[in-house]
Design a protein around this ligand. Structure first.
Ligand code: GTP
Ligand code: MG
Length: 343
């Protein structure tokens, strides 16, 4: 798993001081205490947001402060409260206390909010200290300091795209040509024993887009019953937004029918339940014929026709010649673009 991390230091605003004042007016002798209260210091608040994918914005900007409360004033005027600051973090961020290492909060849904440093209370002005026997109080309080804390943020990068298919279909090869990931690649089944993540970037700044692709171990018939490596690792791609189903259309697969291969793997995906939910069968799927540099033309044609009948997007790629790879990269980027990015 990829983990993004950031350390931050936050300080909430101090409370404003209470004021000491007496009413002074013509014809009003001994006007009584009139010192207003200090305002509350601003909090530091953390909020989960859907428009952030990483913690990179904290890397260069690790200190955040709430505004201080205004001091109280004469004529019983209170000071204004300080403004809070809101720090946005991606959904899925975990917040840890840096000193104790303790988990403070998991931000799980957009809009989820937590005060992570509380603003100091404003001090009371001397108006509050008057009693029947103590009518000219000079007491007034100082504002309390705002809370100051150090936190560590942690975010597990979630895969946006899952690569599925038979062993040897070319999943690891694909991730190695579209990202910086360097998984093991070999011509025997089950080379990949646990998921690999890679970050794919398309376009140039400022319109650059990036997404995370997961390469998972190959599936075979009966995987949901424990055949091969089983299906446990499929939970790593349950939260992806799109699956790319890789089908070897060369004769290297040793199986005669690419459409049959495609159906077998889909059956396995449909049989994967975590709890009583199946999150894979209904996911958008792109069909991708692989190894077209060595394609068996019949297999390629049949698979393309099958995808068309099922109204699934179809790509044909070769990691050897590079054919179709850019198209696939851009097409995934378009699938993942959120509506708010279009504006
Ligand atoms: N000719 C040709 N061979 C390829 C291509 N892509 C991958 N291969 C070969 O196919 C074999 C399997 O590739 P991998 O990427 O390891 O396959 P995988 O799907 O990750 O397999 P598992 O990890 O075992 O599930 C390797 O020998 C690759 O060199 C391609 O586009 N053309
Ligand atoms: Mg592999």
């Amino acid at each position: 798993m990829f983990i993004d991390e950031a350390k931050i230091r936050v300080k909430a605003g101090d409370g404003g001081n209470g004021c000491m004042a007496f009413r002074r007016e013509k014809f009003v002798p001994r006007g009584g205490p009139s010192g207003g209260d200090g305002g509350r210091g601003g909090d530091v608040v953390m909020e989960a947001s859907q428009s952030h994918n990483t913690l990179i914005h904290f890397r260069y900007n690790p200190e955040h402060k709430g505004q201080r409360g205004q001091h109280g004033m004469g004529s019983n005027c209170s000071g204004f409260d300080g403004d809070s600051v809101i720090l946005k973090v991606p959904v899925g961020t975990s917040l840890f206390d840096q000193e104790t290492g303790e988990l403070v909060h998991d931000f799980q849904t957009p809009g989820d909010r937590l005060v992570i440093a509380k603003g100091g209370r404003g001090g009371r002005g001397n108006q509050h200290f008057a009693t029947s026997t103590h009518q000219a109080p000079r007491e007034h309080e100082l504002g309390r300091p705002g809370e100051e804390r150090n936190y560590r943020l942690e975010l597990k990068l979630l895969a946006d795209v899952g690569l599925v298919g038979y062993p040897n279909a070319g999943k690891s090869t694909l991730i190695s040509v579209i990202s910086a990931a360097k998984p093991k690649i070999a011509d025997y089944p089950f080379t990949t024993l646990e998921p690999n993540l890679g970050v794919v970037t398309v376009g140039e700044e400022p319109d650059q887009q990036s997404y995370v692709v997961a390469d998972v171990p190959g599936l075979i018939e009966g995987a949901h019953l424990g055949q091969g490596l089983g299906t446990q690792f499929l939970r790593h791609i349950e939260r992806t937004k799109v699956l790319v189903h890789l089908v070897d259309v060369s004769d290297a697969s040793g199986r005669p029918d690419a459409v049959e291969d495609f159906k077998v793997i889909n059956n396995e995906l449909a049989s994967f339940y975590s709890g009583d939910e199946n999150l894979l069968a209904g996911k958008p799927m792109i069909v991708c014929a692989t190894k077209i540099d060595a394609a068996n033309p019949e297999k390629l044609k049949k698979l393309a026709a099958h995808a068309k009948r099922r109204k699934l997007e179809f790509h044909a790629i070769s990691a050897v010649t590079g054919q179709g790879i850019d198209d696939l990269k851009w097409s995934l980027a378009r699938h993942l673009r959120r509506p708010e990015d279009e504006a």
